[in-house]
Write a protein that binds this ligand. Structure first.
Ligand code: GUN
Length: 294
């Protein structure tokens, strides 16, 4: 297996976290400011608990201050909004992250818009999203930001490339499509989704495919072009009796069948996943530095 084809997200995220750690030490020494990140976790979704715990651990290892507020799934919307307001007003907090998804009785849009956009290190607030599209400075959502860093640091030629994004979510598809359009990336972008006719016509012409559709191993070798770069954002559980835990994690791409054809590909796990946390740390550091908004 030609290992050089694999974009190692674990390795690249470790480099970024080391950069953030060093800059955090410098910031503390120069100003006395410690980057602070507040997590709000509502309910008892096991996946969300795992994510928040690992984000908290990253804060500890990089020298950030962090606080996690865990709320019961029956908490009222008002209580959530009040807690957000408290963190908005707290000068020790530079980033606020409300872990999604939320219980159904809580309005996600309202919650996101209650976060001070200057502390919205997830980049989900309409102000940040709008500024991202315009190309002004803003917090960039962590997963798309991570994908851009993977492409840059793996020296993928994006200039004039046909980039095909599969998935139109606010967290991944829409922001990454807009980022790929930026002058410094300069790709031609198509956004495909579940209602796209003849998806293959797009994927077979793609120099870069970014897949965030949530369907295990959907993208097969006969759907991609020789030499393409494949970025797999999916994380799916599929039953696997050969594993002790009874399942394995796999992406939206059939890695083994596509590997021969691609010039570069991200594995799952160990590709895009680890980048998300690294970029969250980077956004929070930038907030503490007053780099995005003063
Ligand atoms: N749920 C899944 N991904 C994310 C993310 O990037 N941020 C938040 N807040 N919740 C999520």
């Amino acid at each position: 297996m030609d290992e050089s084809k694999i974009i190692n997200g674990k390795e690249i995220s470790d480099i970024i976290k080391a950069e953030v750690k060093r800059e955090t030490e410098e910031l503390k020494a120069a100003t006395g400011i410690t980057p602070g990140l507040a997590f709000i976790l509502i309910g008892d979704d096991p996946a969300s608990e795992v994510y928040v715990r690992s984000k908290g651990k990253a804060c500890d290892s990089l020298g950030f201050y962090s606080v996690t507020e865990k709320l019961q799934s029956n908490v009222s919307e008002i209580e959530v909004l009040d807690l957000i307001q408290r963190f908005n007003d707290d000068n020790n907090i530079h980033g606020i992250l409300v872990q999604l998804p939320l219980p159904r009785h809580i309005n996600e849009e309202k919650v996101i818009e209650a976060i001070d956009y200057r502390k919205d290190v997830d980049g989900f607030h309409p102000v940040n999203f709008g500024r991202l599209v315009i190309g002004s400075s803003s917090y960039i959502p962590c997963t798309p930001y991570g994908i851009v860093e993977l492409l840059k640091r793996s020296k993928v030629n994006t200039n004039g490339a046909n980039a095909v994004v599969i998935g139109r979510s606010n967290i991944v598809g829409k922001p990454i499509a807009n980022l790929m359009l930026r002058k410094e990336i300069n790709s031609t972008v198509s956004i495909c989704h579940s209602a796209t006719n003849d998806l293959r016509d797009f994927t077979l012409n793609a120099d870069i495919i970014i897949v965030a559709m949530g369907k295990a191993e959907f993208i097969k070798s006969d759907m991609i072009k020789e030499g393409s770069v494949v970025i797999d954002v999916g994380i799916n559980r599929v039953d696997d009796t050969s594993k002790q835990r009874g399942y394995r994690l796999t992406g939206d791409v059939d890695f083994n069948s596509c590997f021969e054809k691609v010039s570069k590909i991200t594995p799952v796990p160990g590709g895009v996943g680890p980048m998300t946390i690294a970029m969250l740390m980077k956004n929070t550091l930038d907030s503490a530095k007053g780099k995005i908004y003063r």
